[in-house]
Design a protein around this ligand. Sequence first.
Ligand code: HEM
Length: 462
Amino acid sequence: MELNSLFFLCSASLLFISLVKIVCSNRRKLPLPPGTLGWPYIGETFQLYSQNPNDFFASKVKRYGTIFKSHILGYPCVMISSPEAAKFVLVTRAHLFKPTYPASKERMLGKQAIFFHQGDYHAELRRLVLRAFMPEAIKSMVSDIESIANDSLQSWEGRQVNTFQEMKTYAFNVALLSILGKDEVPYSEDLKRCYYDLEKGYNSMPINLPGTLFNKAMKARKELAQILAKILSTRRKMKLDHKDLLGSFMSNKRDLTDEQIADNIIGAIFAARDTTASVLTWILKYLGENPSVLEAVTEEQEEIIKGKEKRGDEKLLTWADTRKMTITSRVIQETLRVASVLSFTFREAVEDVEYEGYLIPKGWKVLPLFRNIHHSPEIFPDPEKFDPSRFDVAPKPNTFLPFGNGIHSCPGNELAKLEMLVLLHHLTTKYRWSMVGSHNGIQYGPFAVPQNGLPIRLSSKS
Ligand code: HEM
């Protein structure tokens, strides 16, 4: 009897091993997605950067369809550009695709920052970040954001400004408010200076030798961590309870280390600034080019002021006012679609994955191409046309992904939308602006922005 069981066990094991082998060899037999890998090592990196990256991706999609392979920045990649594939990678099979960034970027932003993690540590950080940025938490910030917006606009009046640079300052100040609260204003100039150096190094060659931009950026990062350590120590001494992101991190029961907090604060400011600033810059360009849309936005914003006057409400904007800005919100959505400032993101397959009969090999990078989904004529007819009314009907699931999707989707999206609405309210009701010089080109660094940051002249309506 015992021998029989042993025999049965051995046969079953052999059968199992053979089955696994068959499945594995089938996996190996699966074809790779269509496409070309280009030259050894450099792959198609030059093709990608020698032209507009969007043209590179669009020509590949046209030739190979919504899933294709390539080789860029030293890695073999699979690029995907259908809503279903984006859902597969970012939502339903998210555990098979980990976020991945070049090691130099991880070092610069801080290895413990939320973007680079999966699992329990990521879930815990995400809970803390969402707590600080959910509508309930940011509602109380409307009037402070409003005063930052008014100060910015007043400072541009009567001179030529680089819209993107000015929007960066605005988005930076709002980010500081939401992340560190109002008390840390004395540090804001030092923080700004460090960020400026960090940013210059972020897009430079990662060579850490004295004098290089990368080296300066690493020093700036160190200084940022020191400033944050000072703020942390003051808050601990004073035993103050803050509702901002830093407060959320500090109130966590399973204590985060100072290094983990610093990496996540630096990362959040980084995630918040250039993204929001480039979207705002595109909004000014599209409104400037579409006078009827600008008129509709202005009317909507003037109605809000008139409504408040009629009711005898305070002049300051409230969260409830921002919920009435339907047309302005459509303009923001359409700008997020057309400009697609984050045109794709990176993941890495943690094991061999089969998708639609193709093999995505373990270790390969996977790039969901948000911009190509947003510019697909099947999903958004006449995709190059700026038409905010297309958002009168909610887009189908997984077709509109300016803030990503799934467990790594943007936790700051409500704040981003709020600060855009507040700025647009004051801009359209009090000022007029004109674009200076040609405004047709695009520059990438790394986010797409209009050429030369969109120089404009702003003047008061009154
Ligand atoms: C219009 C402005 C913004 C855009 C277009 C944007 C877009 C995105 C996208 C696409 C992702 C997901 C990336 C991925 O899946 O790989 C993301 C993640 C993230 N964003 Fe934003 N973002 C914006 C503003 C903000 C703001 C204002 C904040 C914070 C104050 C913020 C904080 C973050 C953080 C912390 C993550 C990482 C989340 C995680 O890994 O779990 N973002 N953002």
